[in-house]
Design a binder for this molecule. Structure first.
Ligand code: FUB
Length: 325
């Protein structure tokens, strides 16, 4: 009996160690042993991939300390497998040594995965956007251009060095890809099929109270551009019949956090259900630079609008995907 119990305890301990090192069970925040921020999600063949930045700031730090991105996968929205670091910020050799894994976004095109993010440029002052490519969603991603796709001197509308952040990439059903990004001023441009060059000019979208984190998704033929609004941020969205507008304000869908001013969302459909990822401050000692990624399920209203979504401790119910790899 004793041996059986000991065996059971050993198996349980091994299971817990696996969960601690390799991923997490759903319930919010999703990753209780790490501070994570700026979620971006991509659904590929029945598997959902979640990309986050790791917040490594101490409780005393007064700025972001973000040394790496991390990618997780799930077959059911409940169990998350840690697939490691998709690339280091230092993969962009044209960026300066200050490594900071700010918000990224990933998509797939012609069998390859493209990872867009922002880092500080070495010679053109300000934030710049780079693109890396991989054969697998978990990486390793390598710099796809050897140079920045966007530099601060290409966008002069906002007099700040960090207006070229938070890329959100979207490939429409007709194959045309778009990149949206910005802080204080929302910008977008068409991407060439190679995903590494713009096809035409950079456009700005004049809108009030845009802060950052533009994220495009499409549902039943309607385009939804969600974003962080005001500061402290709420999550809001606009709707359109086209990926480039004109836009109609849809409303605020998530209330601001208590101890962190940012919220950064990503919205995906996975296995027939709809989800929003975001970050909050709900881990012990959490706050401005110690954030935690969470996820909620939601349902569209009958008219296609998105309802107000409450942050919960429970997170979504299990949604096992039979198409999962
Ligand atoms: O994580 C650094 C920055 O904070 C992101 O780029 C913004 O979206 C905000 O969450």
């Amino acid at each position: 009996m004793k041996t059986k119990l000991m065996k059971f305890a050993a198996i349980a301990a091994a299971g817990m160690a696996f969960a601690a090192t390799n991923g997490a069970q759903a319930a919010n925040p999703m990753f209780p042993k790490l501070f994570t921020a700026d979620p971006s999600a991509y659904v590929d063949g029945g598997t959902v991939y979640l990309y986050v930045g790791i917040d490594s700031a101490s409780v005393k730090d007064k700025d972001y300390v973000m040394k790496e991105w991390r990618v997780y996968s799930s077959c059911d929205m409940q169990n998350w497998k840690d697939l490691g670091s998709p690339l280091k910020p230092s993969a962009f050799k044209w960026a300066i040594g200050k490594v900071d894994a700010w918000a990224a976004d990933v998509t797939k095109r012609n069998g390859k995965y493209y990872f867009y993010s922002t880092v500080d440029h070495a010679t053109i002052p300000g934030r710049a956007i780079g693109v890396a490519v991989s054969d697998k969603p978990e990486g390793p991603f390598v710099d796809a251009r050897g140079s920045a796709l966007v530099t601060n001197d290409m966008t002069l509308e906002a007099p700040i060095a960090w207006d070229d952040i938070d890329p959100g990439v979207f490939v429409d059903d007709d194959g045309q890809a778009y990149l949206y990004w910005g802080n204080t001023v929302l910008k977008y441009a068409k991407l060439k099929p190679n995903m590494t060059e713009f096809d035409g000019p950079i456009h700005t979208v004049g809108m009030d109270r845009f802060t950052e984190a533009p994220y495009m998704h499409k549902h039943k033929g309607v385009y939804y551009l969600s974003y962080s609004r005001d500061f402290p941020e709420t999550t809001a969205y606009m709707m359109s019949n086209s990926p480039i507008g004109p836009w109609k304000f849809g409303g605020v869908i998530m209330e601001k956090n208590a101890k962190v001013k940012t919220i950064h969302q990503a919205i995906v459909e996975f296995n027939g259900k709809n989800y929003i990822f975001y970050h909050n401050d709900k881990l012990p000692t959490g706050g401005e630079y110690r954030r935690s990624v969470a996820v909620e399920e939601f349902q569209y209203n009958a008219d296609g609008t998105i309802p107000f979504i409450k942050q919960t401790k429970e997170g979504p119910a299990a949604n096992p995907s039979s198409a999962c790899k």
